[in-house]
Design a protein around this ligand. Structure first.
Ligand code: UT7
Length: 331
């Protein structure tokens, strides 16, 4: 099979993590859990929690600004801002428009994409389409999540898993250097939406006192089922993305997976036959930051010198929807 030409190139990455670190021991003082349980079941040691007043848009704008500065892109040069989040600051308008205002990207159109933890890969794909269709020359993809505002702090099975943070990337059409996105696979299964959701608080069941009393506006998850689906679907997406890129797992220099649970990451790596030295893992520091996990990991991997030009990167994510996807990018 002929290898595809790269479509779009990631010019730069950026991240923002709130300062406040909450350890497992901090949580154990507030609820019936332990550092030992959280570490062995998830690999998480601590997470960041954004204070009141530091909202999804602020975190996203900080990550976006960091990425733009690295790329040497001025605010007026950004044509499109695509923001993914499960925690929009408002239901109307989009958080992307708030980020646009904060960054001063006055020439950009801005909109949100909602695909939960897989949101970054969905947003990348939307940006790829816009750039390839000449609807933009420079696109900013932002993933920002204030998960601490939507988890149920009385449900120890979910609240210990998540954290707050934001990541961003600047993209443009590939310029023939051989660098860029080689494949992108996206999948959804709405039949399994109830495995991970916020049952109420939207148009189907607006907020009422009964909703609040029953915490039906907060995240609920069938952990074991989500776990099984995550391993299976992410593994299949990786296989497909590699096939579309004309590669095998042996060609992969670095896997940057969604950071939900170390056991999911290890199971995927084992299935793929990829040694863990080739897998970027930072779940212990941040927990699951939903769509922000992958771009924050990319930014850290880049900083650590793991994403040199020419590196074959495989990235994969999975989340509520269900939604999942994988992408092969020559860095
Ligand atoms: O990013 C979106 C995708 N999300 C994910 O990928 C998450 C996928 N799921 C998971 O990562 C895992 O299923 C969890 C980490 C959520 C849970 O791990 P598990 O091994 O599936 O545990 P479990 O839910 O089956 O619970 C085992 C036990 C239960 O006690 P019993 O019934 O065996 O007595 C729970 O009540 O652990 C108990 N438990 C806890 N104990 C201490 C649940 N949460 C806690 C806790 N601390 N925080």
């Amino acid at each position: 099979m002929r290898k595809p030409d790269p479509t779009v190139e990631i010019l730069s990455t950026g991240r923002y993590l709130p300062d406040c670190v909450v350890t497992n021991d901090d949580l154990a003082k507030r609820m019936d859990t332990s550092d030992e349980w959280i570490r062995t079941r998830t690999g998480i040691a601590e997470r960041r929690i954004a204070p009141d007043g530091v909202n999804t848009a602020h975190m996203g704008a900080n990550a976006g600004r960091a990425a733009m500065e690295k790329a040497g892109v001025e605010p007026g040069e950004v044509d499109a801002i695509i923001l993914c989040t499960s925690t929009p600051d408002h239901w109307m308008p989009s958080t992307a428009c708030e980020v646009q205002a904060l960054l001063g990207c006055t020439n950009a159109y801005a909109f949100d994409v909602m695909a939960a933890c897989a949101g970054y890969l969905y947003a990348l794909s939307v940006a790829e389409g816009l750039l390839m269709a000449n609807r933009a020359e420079v696109a900013l993809v932002v993933a920002s999540e204030k998960m601490s505002t939507i988890v149920d702090w009385n449900d120890r099975a979910t609240c210990v898993l998540f954290g707050d943070g934001a990541g961003a990337t600047v993209l443009r059409k590939a310029n023939g250097s051989g660098r860029g996105m080689l494949s992108n696979v996206l999948r959804s299964d709405g039949n399994l939406s109830e495995l991970l959701c916020r049952p109420a608080g939207g148009a189907a069941e607006p907020i009422t006192q009964a909703v609040l009393d029953g915490s039906r506006h907060l995240v609920r998850m069938e952990g074991r089922e989500v776990f099984k689906n995550a391993v299976r679907n992410m593994s299949e997406a990786c296989d497909l993305a590699l096939k579309k890129a004309g590669m095998t797992i042996d060609d992969v220099d670095l896997l940057v997976p969604h950071q939900a649970n170390i056991r999911i990451i290890e199971a995927m790596a084992k299935y793929a036959g990829l040694p863990l030295e080739k897998v970027f893992i930072n779940v212990s520091k941040y927990g699951n930051m939903s769509s922000a996990s992958v771009p924050v990991a990319l930014d850290e991997a880049q900083e650590e010198g793991l994403l040199a030009p020419g590196t074959n990167l495989l990235t994969v994510a999975f989340g509520a929807g269900l939604t999942w996807g994988a992408s092969v990018i020559r860095w």
